[in-house]
Design a protein around this ligand. Structure first.
Ligand code: ZN
Ligand code: ZN
Length: 241
């Protein structure tokens, strides 16, 4: 139905042409897709990005009456750079990818990660927070968030709520360790707090476009949601699920 996190050849780590993403997405029965290429800013500078005008042109020439194709961007931020100008995008997906602590010090990694996330969600110009517990991908055995850190997670959710932002349920981690980003208790908590959600596969190749979206939908419904978000010109609209 919806996949708002797809990487195209405008990302440094994907070769998928937008034209082919559209073809595959239609074959898989998706109705809304968003291309979110990497624009990674870290330690005060742009680590890697892409040419926005070329991207817009590429998306626009692949508009198709059978599917809604959205211009997203995956903005990797660590609160150390100026906030870029995202004029022209349908939505900005904020990602925190940075880890400084050695990966074996798992609890310290998590503390560092969520402290940074709290500051980023307070300050960033964004529409949707991507892969909430991405840090799980970066440590051995991908353990869940320690129970004693749950208050900090709830504080982050409160900021997201205040800022009227959306949280992505990212399906890539199903194949890695059997759970979505974020872990289920967070999705349930978000539902109770009325925080809107959307879905993204984080596909870096054509095969993974739309992967496990149905599984995520089922889970979102079981957490109490009855609608999910899509974006146009940085405004939300809600689809019944
Ligand atoms: Zn990411
Ligand atoms: Zn991504």
């Amino acid at each position: 139905m919806v996949d708002l996190h797809i990487h195209s050849s405008h990302s440094i780590d994907s070769k998928s042409k937008i034209k082919d993403i559209v073809t595959v997405a239609k074959m898989k029965g998706l109705k809304y897709i968003g291309i979110t290429d990497h624009y990674e800013t870290r330690k005060g500078k742009l680590l890697y990005g892409f040419d926005f005008d070329r991207f817009f042109e590429d998306v626009e020439k692949n508009y198709d009456p059978e599917i809604e194709l959205l211009k997203g961007i995956e903005w990797g931020w660590d609160c150390t750079t100026e906030i870029p100008d995202f004029d022209g995008f349908d939505y900005v997906s904020l990602s925190i990818h940075r880890r400084d602590t050695p990966k074996d010090l798992v609890e310290k990694c998590y503390e560092e990660y969520y402290q940074r996330m709290k500051e980023c969600v307070e300050r960033a110009d964004f529409d949707v927070l991507a892969h909430f517990d991405f840090i799980r991908r970066l440590v051995p055995d991908n353990p869940p968030i320690p129970v004693h850190m749950r208050d900090l997670i709830v504080d982050i959710l409160k900021v997201i709520k205040e800022r009227d932002a959306t949280v992505e349920v990212n399906t890539k981690s199903f194949a890695m360790y059997g759970e979505p980003h974020p872990e289920y208790w967070i999705i349930e908590k978000m539902s109770k707090m009325n925080i809107p959600v959307t879905i993204g596969s984080d596909a870096h190749n054509l095969e993974n476009v739309g992967r496990d979206v149905q599984k995520a939908l089922k889970l979102i419904k079981s957490a109490g949601y009855s609608e999910i978000v899509v974006f146009k010109n940085r405004r939300k609209s809600f689809l019944k699920i």
